[in-house]
Design a protein. Structure first.
Length: 217
C-alpha cells in the first residue's frame, strides 16, 4: 500500500486534544449478517475474514517489526486471538479497526518478549515490504521516471524504510497507521486506544524525527 499522505505534510492540521468519541459504525445488512456468522463461529466466514484482511495486517506488522518472519508469526497470532474473541466483539468499532488493534497489541507483546531476552535483531536492507512483497520505494507513487531517477527514488525509499524502522515504537505505530496505512486520526485513536490529541502529537513528532533523519535526501 502506498503512502496516503506525504511525510513532509505541513503540520497545520495537527493540533488540538479532542478525545475520540467512539461511534458504532453503520453496517449494511450483508455486513451485519457476516458479523453474526463470525460471532457464531462459522469457519467459512472466518476464513473469508482472514483472506480479506491478512495481507493488510501483515503489511502493517512488517513495517512495524521490520522482520518478515516476525510479521507472519504475529499476523497468525492476531487471527488466532481474533477467532477466540470474536464472539464477544460488540461492534463498537469496525471489524478492520478491531483487527488492527489486536495486531498492534500482539506486536507490543512480542516486542516486550524480545526485549526481556535482549534479542538483537538485524534487518536486511533488501527485505520486502507489506502484503505485495515489494520494497517500500516501489510503493511510493511516482510518474514515469528515467533509470537515473528511478534509482534515486529507490534509494530514497530504502532510506525512508530504514528511518521508519528506527523511530520509537509509539511514533512508528502512529506514522505507519497514518502515512502508510491511510487511517484517519479518529481511527488511529481507536486502534491505539489513545485520544486524538495524542495521535496528532505522535504523528507530528514522528514526522519531525523522520525529516531530521532524511534531511539530506
Amino acid at each position: 500500500m502506498g503512502f496516503s499522505k506525504s511525510i513532509a505534510l505541513d503540520e497545520k492540521k495537527i493540533g488540538g486534544t479532542a478525545i475520540a468519541e467512539p461511534s458504532r459504525p453503520v453496517r449494511s445488512e450483508a455486513e451485519a449478517a457476516f458479523l453474526d456468522k463470525l460471532r457464531a463461529g462459522d469457519p467459512l466466514a472466518f476464513e473469508q475474514l482472514v483472506n480479506r484482511y491478512s495481507p493488510e495486517i501483515y503489511g502493517l506488522l512488517y513495517r512495524i517489526t521490520k522482520d518478515p518472519e516476525e510479521a507472519r508469526d504475529i499476523t497468525q497470532e492476531t487471527f488466532i486471538r481474533a477467532f477466540k474473541a470474536i464472539s464477544k466483539f460488540r461492534g463498537d468499532a469496525s471489524i478492520k479497526t478491531w483487527l488492527y488493534r489486536i495486531a498492534i497489541n500482539q506486536s507490543r507483546n512480542r516486542y516486550r518478549w524480545w526485549k526481556r531476552r535482549k534479542k538483537d535483531k538485524t534487518v536486511s536492507l533488501d527485505d520486502n515490504t507489506g502484503s505485495v512483497e515489494r520494497p517500500l520505494c516501489d510503493v511510493i507513487p511516482g510518474d514515469s521516471l528515467t533509470p537515473e531517477q528511478d534509482a534515486l527514488r529507490r534509494e530514497q525509499g530504502r532510506l525512508m524504510q530504514i528511518a521508519i524502522s528506527e523511530l520509537p515504537e509509539h511514533f512508528r505505530e502512529a506514522v505507519v497507521l497514518c502515512d502508510v496505512q491511510g487511517f484517519a486520526y479518529e481511527e488511529i485513536a481507536e486502534i491505539l486506544e489513545i485520544n486524538i490529541g495524542t495521535v496528532k502529537s505522535r504523528i507530528s513528532r514522528g514526522r519531525r524525527e523522520l525529516r531530521r533523519k532524511l534531511v539530506d535526501i
